[in-house]
Design a protein. Structure first.
Length: 81
């Protein structure tokens, strides 16, 4: 396992380079930086629906809330919960 300070510096460098990255790479980098360990948190379904109604893409919603696109699709699909 790498030293925590090395990971912190690598994440800082990655955040610094984000604006210059191509969109597809930037999307994956943002998702990587937003991930945390442990059990996945509950997704705010109402926020997903509101953003989608505003015309935000599923990929962008996933980046903003820090989850996978399939989770967003599931949150948009399950209206009764």
């Amino acid at each position: 396992m790498p030293d925590a300070s090395i990971l912190t510096r690598a994440e800082a460098l990655l955040r610094e380079l984000l604006p210059t990255m191509p969109t597809t790479i930037r999307t994956r980098a943002e998702l990587f930086l937003s991930r945390q360990g442990g059990r996945p948190r509950k997704v705010d379904r109402e926020l997903c629906r509101r953003l989608r109604a505003e015309g935000v893409s599923v990929a962008e919603i996933a980046i903003r809330i820090g989850c996978d696109q399939s989770t967003v699709f599931r949150a948009l699909k399950n209206k009764e919960e």
